[in-house]
Design a protein around this ligand. Structure first.
Ligand code: CA2
Length: 155
């Protein structure tokens, strides 16, 4: 079974409780419920986690890689600063989709740069909680396709 780790970075535990004009009113638990429903419809297993600590996120990325799982990551502000997360993603070999609730390109200049985008399969931003579901579907499709290509053809 395909397993996807959905990882959330700093301050995302506050979702739905502060700055609803930017991030909406859904809490992280609401997002987790939607993600679990989507994973079930895909027939995938999901691990959903949040940490405010960079090293913890590095450990979880390594864990996903060791389990040959995929990753959907909203790295929060670490997206724009963390070489450690970038190295962890690239070293893990896990297909990774970077996601954001907000459209980071319509916001402050410092949010336009992502250190993890170049080592991710792709980036989805600006769709609120739907970004998580699109990210889940995208990484699932990539993993199904990679598994199909790994099976030797009969022809
Ligand atoms: O749009 C996103 O998903 C972000 O990853 C959210 C990060 C921000 O630093 C990124 O540039 C874009 C911030 C997450 C903090 O979320 C809060 C939620 C509610 C109240 C305060 C912060």
């Amino acid at each position: 079974m395909i397993t996807i780790h959905v990882l959330n970075g700093p301050n995302l535990n506050l979702l739905g409780r502060r700055e609803p004009q930017i991030y909406g009113s859904a809490t992280l638990s609401d997002v987790e419920r939607l993600v679990r429903e989507k994973a079930e419809s895909l027939g995938a297993s999901v691990v959903f986690r949040q940490s405010n600590h960079e090293g913890q996120l590095v450990d979880w990325i390594q864990e996903a890689g060791a389990q040959e799982a995929g990753i959907v990551i909203n790295a929060g502000a670490y997206t724009h600063t963390s070489i450690a997360l970038r190295d962890a993603i690239s070293g893990s070999g896990a297909p990774t989709v970077e996601i954001h609730l907000s459209n980071v390109h319509a916001r402050e200049g410092f949010r336009h740069r992502s250190l993890i985008a170049p080592v991710s399969v792709g980036v989805i931003c600006g769709f609120g909680p739907l970004s998580y579901l699109l990210g889940l579907e995208a990484v699932h499709r990539v993993m199904v396709e990679r598994a199909r290509q790994a099976v030797p053809s009969k022809h």
